[in-house]
Write a protein that binds this ligand. Structure first.
Ligand code: A1LUD
Ligand code: HCS
Ligand code: ZN
Length: 338
């Protein structure tokens, strides 16, 4: 039997994610770089919409990448909506309705791939897969700006709490209505956006559990320079947020940050770092730097798990092969595979 994930009420939201993790063997595996894998299949994403351009031009590649990550052993797959925003689509001449349809499509492509994969592995008989959860990706405001500010946290003086809530509100509503299992807020770079998300989840009475992941460029603080203690403080009282962590930061930062986060919160810790390369927001390309291959990633991931992370995957420049390795090493000894 697969794990069925059906949030029922306010109180058990985090509990359901924890149950899923427990049934997955104590540590669930998230997929890897989504845009990265689209590019490896030839998708053109050097664009203000980045990987969301594929929702318009090449949805078949999105399904293909989801299936590749499922096959590699991901227990949680993240939708292609990181940089899919209504203002972004409107600025391309699409109508509001068309933009909303694309957001819905990002969830449907993922749930469709998950259901197809689950049906096909069950036909095979014995297997070690779990029925995966679908997390709807919600990239930061900085991702929409497409100027690299998800790694600086600097949104300019005109951006206040209400502006960030307005930016996130309709996309959040549409994604929730599309039926994902989880919400994945990704590369959040500052306290203001953290607070906007926490308040919005409350105002919109969102019943689906969320994780919030921060980026980090120094391994100590949020990209804005604000401390993680300050950022996490605004999340700790929110029942809507089931997990907190780091994504798209270099792997060498993660171990210390997991330890720090364990001290700052009782929530599930989620980590999915990039390969260690650095994004050049002006040239729109990854600059080679200290890069971790799949073998090094595997070794580090066991340390992240041993220090308390319970959702572990990869972000940009990691691939299905990274996730296959992670799945193998993190599930060794697990009795819980269905
Ligand atoms: C996670 S970053 C590499 C995504 C792309 C960025 N928001 C941009 O559009 O430049
Ligand atoms: N979910 C996105 C995150 C980019 S930082 C991706 O993997 O492409
Ligand atoms: Zn990334």
């Amino acid at each position: 039997m697969g794990i069925v994930f059906q949030p029922q009420n306010d109180e058990n939201r985090a509990g359901l994610l924890e149950d899923f993790i427990e049934k997955a063997g104590g540590c669930a595996v998230i997929d890897g770089g989504f845009a990265t894998q689209l590019e490896r299949h030839g998708a053109f994403i050097n664009d203000p919409l980045w990987s969301a351009l594929c929702l318009i031009n090449s949805p078949h590649l999105i399904s293909k990448v989801h299936l590749e990550y499922l096959e590699a052993g991901a227990d949680v797959i993240v939708t292609s909506s990181y940089q899919a925003t209504l203002p972004g689509f409107l600025s391309r001449g699409l109508s509001l309705e068309q933009g909303e349809k694309l957001l819905e499509k990002s969830v449907k492509l993922a749930t469709g791939a998950r259901d197809l994969f689950w049906e096909s592995v069950n036909k095979m008989g014995d297997h070690a897969y779990n029925r995966a959860l679908v997390a709807a990706s919600i990239g930061s405001y900085g991702a929409y700006l497409a100027d690299g500010s998800e790694y600086s946290g600097y949104y300019g003086k005109d951006v206040d709490l209400n502006k960030l809530k307005d930016f996130h509100r309709r996309r959040l509503q549409v994604l929730v209505e599309s039926g994902p299992d989880l919400l994945a807020f990704e590369t959040i770079p500052n306290k203001l956006e953290t607070q906007a998300i926490a308040e919005l989840l409350e105002e919109e009475d969102v019943q689906i559990p969320s994780w919030i992941c921060f980026s980090s460029v120094d391994g100590v603080n949020a990209p804005s320079g604000e401390s993680f203690a300050d950022c996490i403080q605004v999340l700790n009282t929110s029942k809507r947020i089931a997990a907190v962590g780091i994504n798209c930061a270099p792997p060498q930062f993660v171990h210390t940050l997991v330890q720090k986060f364990k001290e700052l919160t009782g929530k599930v810790i989620v980590v999915y770092p990039n390969s260690g390369e650095t994004w050049d927001g002006v040239a729109k390309r990854w600059l080679p730097s200290k890069c971790f291959n799949d073998d090094k990633f595997k070794v580090l991931a066991t340390r992240w798990r041993d220090s308390g992370a319970k959702l572990i995957g990869g972000c940009c420049r990691t691939t299905p092969s990274t996730i296959r390795g992670l799945s193998k090493v993190l599930k060794q000894g697990s009795l819980a595979n269905n």
